[in-house]
Ligand binder design. Structure first.
Ligand SMILES: [Zn+2]
Length: 51
């Protein structure tokens, strides 16, 4: 059984999002994504703060 050193490895074209509530991580190429458990907007961790 493989073990993942990175819980959410992403390809270059994808972005890593994390739920601020439960910490769930997801890789997607969508601009925004909501946590399927909490229903809140997940934060994009793959880019520096836009401001
Ligand atoms: Zn969540």
């Amino acid at each position: 059984m493989p073990r993942w050193s990175d819980p959410a490895p992403c390809d270059d074209d994808e972005r890593l999002f994390e739920c601020p509530d439960c910490g769930k991580r997801l890789c997607t190429d969508l601009s925004t994504v909501s946590c399927d458990r909490c229903g809140v907007e997940m934060q994009n961790l793959s880019v520096p703060r836009p401001q």
